[in-house]
Design a protein around this ligand. Structure first.
Ligand code: GDP
Ligand code: MN
Length: 387
């Protein structure tokens, strides 16, 4: 789960990290009061969308008077922001962060992340802040410094070494180490998988300030952080994936034409592979779970059916614990509700498969039931070509 910038900064502030003074708003009538509360001089207006590259896409606006502030608000609030990291539809800008301006001397880059490769937490830092770090990594990799944090402790000498590697004046080393410790505390205590500060700035008075902050929390640890879990902003997520999560379905939208409904993640992956082998592409990954109920099947079916990219629906169920006749009923229920305007290929094998197939073939709908996996996939692809 990602946090918005204003939420990330609010969290870091609790650990004593310096962030600019700011107010998040979601309604237009909150704008002027926020502007005045921040001194009524210049401010920066920042679109709160869960993506990077906002600055380049016009989502960060520096203004120095009320008139340009008002036009910045109008230009952003309620619109959608498209950045190089989003789809062409972009993300809705439902909230803005208004912040007092910072007098920047230097822009730096800092990030903590869980590094699976080394089974540790990596701390990355660079003097090349503000720009996208990917291009720094590509063009001048020697300007990124890494620290590997093992045993869950950021050692004092590691922090100091990093400070020197960054070329800081001696007087800046201690404040830098203090900052790293606070950020690391926040990272560990909140079960983050990523904390990126880009840019971390040194202002004209020589203070470190986090001008931007991006937090990703470990979804599997959210049960320990109810107050953070509540910050989740569903408006920034794929609508279908949100619906799927509500019904305990593992669903990932993909770009192909064959909508898949499968039970079990392994079979779901094998199904996607088989579709590829047969020369087409899956429109989604969908695991209805090892204990698929009729209700979940109905919801899953609705989900796939509502995807305009889907040309053919392919259901692949192995009845181990789950009963194939209940799956068949779920499918028929969903079709009753939604109608069936796409070819449907169903493969049911295992527990009560025969009963399931009988239900399907007795129905008034045109359902192709094939029990061989490969033949079923081939049929689905063939029907897609015919469309
Ligand atoms: P991002 O593009 O989504 O990463 O948004 P950022 O929050 O990182 O802002 C992009 C850039 O805007 C920063 O790198 C800064 O150069 C600039 N910026 C943001 N806030 C301020 C500010 O308070 N003062 C000044 N001078 N520049 C700012
Ligand atoms: Mn940034």
């Amino acid at each position: 789960m990602d946090l918005h910038e204003y939420q990330s900064k609010g969290l870091l502030k609790q650990y004593g990290v310096a962030v600019p003074e700011g107010i998040a708003i979601s309604r237009i009538d909150e704008a002027i009061p926020a502007y005045k509360a921040l001194g009524g001089q210049g401010v920066v207006v920042k679109a709160q969308v869960l993506t990077g590259g906002r600055g380049k896409a016009g989502g960060v606006k520096l203004v120095d008077n009320q008139a340009s502030f008002e036009s910045a608000i109008k230009a952003l609030l309620g619109t959608r922001l498209v950045t190089y990291q989003t789809t062409s539809e972009g993300l809705p800008v439902n909230q803005l962060l208004i912040e007092s301006l910072t007098d920047i001397d230097q822009e730096l880059y800092l990030a903590f992340l869980v590094d699976r490769g080394s089974k540790s937490i990596k701390l990355m830092a660079s003097t090349e802040g503000g720009v996208d770090i990917e291009s720094v990594a590509e063009k001048t990799p020697e300007r990124i410094h890494y620290i590997t944090i093992t045993h869950g402790t950021l050692e004092g000498f590691q922090a100091r070494e990093l400070g020197f590697a960054m070329g800081f004046a001696p007087a800046m080393i201690r404040p830098f180490c203090t900052l790293l410790n606070k950020l690391f505390q926040a990272f560990i205590s909140s079960d983050m998988t990523m904390l990126e500060i880009n840019p971390l700035v040194i202002d004209r008075e020589g203070h470190f300030i986090c001008l931007d902050a991006k937090v990703n929390l470990d979804d599997n640890a959210l049960f320990r952080h109810k107050e953070l879990a509540e910050l989740r902003d569903y408006s920034q997520e794929d609508e279908k994936e949100v619906t799927a999560a509500k019904f305990d379905l593992s669903y990932i939208a993909l770009e192909g034409e064959i909508g898949c409904m499968v039970n079990g993640a392994g079979l779901a992956m094998a199904t996607m592979d088989m579709i590829k082998v047969c020369g087409a592409s899956p429109a989604n990954f969908l695991d209805v779970g090892g204990t698929a109920t009729e209700e979940r099947v109905t919801e899953a079916f609705k989900l796939i059916g509502s995807d305009d990219n889907v040309k053919v629906i392919f259901v692949n169920i192995f009845g181990g614990i789950v009963r194939c006749d209940l799956i068949a009923e779920g499918i028929l229920n969903a079709i009753d509700l939604l109608g069936l305007d796409k070819p449907l290929v169903v493969r049911l094998v295992g527990n009560k498969a025969e009963a399931g197939n009988t239900l399907l073939s007795n129905s008034e709908f045109d359902i192709v039931a094939i029990s061989d996996f490969k033949q079923a996939a081939e049929k689905a692809v063939k029907l897609m070509r015919r469309k």
